[in-house]
Write a protein of this length. Structure first.
Length: 383
């Protein structure tokens, strides 16, 4: 019996190992017989670009985008959270929502939004034409004598053609004028700083405060002032020593010129002397004293009777359509003042032009008022 028990024990041990191996084999065969169940398919990620129509203007509606319903997608929230300013953060946020089952993936990309169509520019409103200011600029060199003198002005440039072909050119001899009651002209000038320029043709005076004159309700603004030696206009064949020409324009660009005759046979004139004191040393380099004032009103005669006619500029381009007003009463200056200008410009005048039957009007002399007669008390009667 003792031997038998030992054998039982020896046999029992191997049988247990065999049974364990068999059990393992059965489990392995069971798993091998049936293939593993497939994992559920994840919902594909859909990228929905946002079109311009899907981008609202502002407010909470700006965060809502159209989404396609998915059978396996969880219900969508009522409103999307505010889109971050960073576009990359928008992508990350969308991925987090999709992984959490909150709905389809929507990526906000500015690249997917086409640029807005360019807006047609509104037609610019036409500004009202402004009248030209200042003296007309010569486009070709010219002189008062020599090869480029007055007889050749029309040939120097096409824009100077009126210097030869114009029918209402200036200056003219003011004779046989019609004496009528002309409307009075009035000037408005205030003391002003000024600028003097030697242009090579004359001394040009710019009056900083400007000024104006008016006639028949038309107001003309001062443009600039020029001086002539001798005076360009003639009065019944007579020539004066100098003249001061004031050039004006109205709001429509129409030109007018007022000529003040200067008679070099009197005392020194303060206005003229102030201008002469600031004659530039070099041409085309203006002098503008910072603390000296001029009063143009003091350069006018007291009696503003005048001649008037239609004429032109007296230098190229000889533009016509200039209304001239030549004051009949000259202003006295000293002979020395005339000589100073004469040394600079011995003759800076255009020759007299043809009248061509133009009408010249002049302020007529008013008859003196009759003297009041003394009241008569009758005579004494002798007894």
């Amino acid at each position: 019996m003792t031997v038998y028990r030992r054998r039982q024990i020896d046999i029992a041990v191997p049988l247990r190992g065999v049974m364990a191996l068999a059990a393992l084999a059965l489990v392995s065969s069971a798993f091998a017989a049936e293939p593993p169940a497939p994992l559920p398919k994840a919902e594909p990620i859909r990228i929905t670009p946002i079109t311009p129509a899907a981008v609202p203007v502002s407010g909470a509606a700006a965060m809502k985008v159209s989404q396609q319903p998915s059978p396996q997608a969880a219900p969508q929230p009522a409103a999307q959270p505010a889109a971050p300013a960073d576009p990359n953060e928008a992508v990350r946020q969308a991925l987090r929502e999709r992984m959490a089952g909150s709905g389809d993936l929507v990526i906000r990309s500015t690249d997917s939004i086409p640029p807005p169509a360019p807006r047609a520019a509104a037609p610019a409103a036409k500004a009202a034409p402004k009248p030209a200011a200042g003296r007309p600029v010569a486009v070709a060199p010219w002189d008062y004598d020599g090869e480029r003198g007055p007889q050749a002005w029309a040939k120097l440039h096409p824009t100077y053609a009126q210097c030869e072909k114009g029918r209402f050119q200036s200056p003219i001899d003011l004779r046989d004028g019609v004496g009528v009651d002309l409307p009075p002209i009035s000037f408005e000038f205030k003391p002003s700083l000024f600028k003097v320029t030697d242009t090579g043709k004359t001394l040009e005076l710019a009056y900083n405060n400007g000024g104006s004159f008016s006639v028949l309700g038309n107001v003309y603004r001062l443009s600039h002032i020029e001086f002539r030696h001798p005076a360009e206009e003639r009065i019944n064949g007579r020539t004066h020593g100098m003249s001061m020409q004031m050039h004006f324009r109205d709001t429509q660009g129409r030109m007018a010129a007022v000529s003040v005759l200067l008679n070099p046979a009197g005392k020194e004139h303060a206005f003229i002397q102030t201008v002469w004191n600031h004659i530039p040393l070099l041409r085309n380099e203006p002098v503008a004293p910072p603390d000296v004032m001029l009063d143009l009103a003091k350069a006018l005669p007291r009696d503003l009777s005048y001649y008037t006619y239609m004429g032109s500029l007296t230098a190229p381009p000889c533009t016509e359509g200039v209304t001239w007003y030549v004051l009949k009463n000259p202003v006295d200056i000293s002979p020395e003042q005339a000589q100073i200008f004469g040394r600079l410009y011995p003759s800076n005048v255009r020759p007299i032009q043809a009248g061509n039957s133009r009408l010249i009007k002049e302020s007529r002399a008013r008859p003196p008022a009759p003297a009041a007669s003394a009241p008569s008390f009758g005579g004494l009667v002798s007894q």
